[in-house]
Design a protein around this ligand. Structure first.
Ligand code: URA
Length: 195
């Protein structure tokens, strides 16, 4: 049986290959009323082991950028288009993306964020339903019907892109800063530091 409890998928067998390759379902993480929702592609090895999204190297890059704009994981929610690790970290198939879509829509509906930030090409194309040239379009915003409402979708590079190509760091930083600004979120720590 496939089912959700609140924002968590507790049981799902829709994708036979992913049922084989996963060790567990990796649900979204962070406050259920977050103003910013980050959406990645799919769990990798570390995420599959720990059961949380973005806990590997990509997660560390994201954490540093959040910190740079005065935010932390506790201020944002983060999830993936697909909640199970694909074999050998291949891209999720169209069918797998479609199978997991209802869970993502439900999460967006319940969290009701001010801005949805797509991390990389797969989530960008999945949510905007068109081809996306992420490097060129990073930082751009589109209004899209998601989770029962029209939402701001902010295109962002995948954090791992900055590891392969340092010249992408600035664009990544700017987009994270824009997400924070759009949601009007300020980290408690940086506010304190200002005084
Ligand atoms: N990359 C993703 O897209 N998602 C994760 O959870 C980790 C790395």
């Amino acid at each position: 049986m496939d089912q959700m409890e609140g924002l968590e998928v507790v049981e799902c067998t829709k994708c036979p290959e992913l049922v084989e390759s996963r060790s567990q379902i990796v649900n979204g993480d962070g406050p259920e009323d977050a103003d910013v929702l980050f959406v990645g592609e799919a769990p990798g090895k570390n995420e599959d082991e720990e059961g949380k999204p973005f806990v590997g190297r990509s997660g560390s890059v994201l954490d540093s950028e959040l910190e740079a704009v005065g935010l932390s994981r506790a201020d944002i929610r983060i999830t993936n288009c697909v909640r199970c690790r694909p074999p050998e970290n291949r891209d999720p198939s169209k069918e797998e993306l479609a199978n997991c879509r209802g869970y993502l829509e439900h999460e967006i509906d319940l969290v009701d964020p001010d801005v949805v930030v797509t991390l990389g090409k797969v989530p960008g194309e999945h949510l905007l339903e068109r081809d996306v040239a992420v490097t060129k379009e990073s930082g751009s915003v589109e209004r899209v019907e998601l989770g029962g409402d029209e939402r701001n979708v902010l295109v962002c590079l995948h954090p791992a892109a900055t590891l392969y190509d340092r010249s992408q760091e600035e664009a990544f930083e700017e987009t994270i800063a824009k997400a924070a600004m759009m949601a009007g979120v300020e980290g408690g720590q940086s506010q304190l530091e200002d005084y």
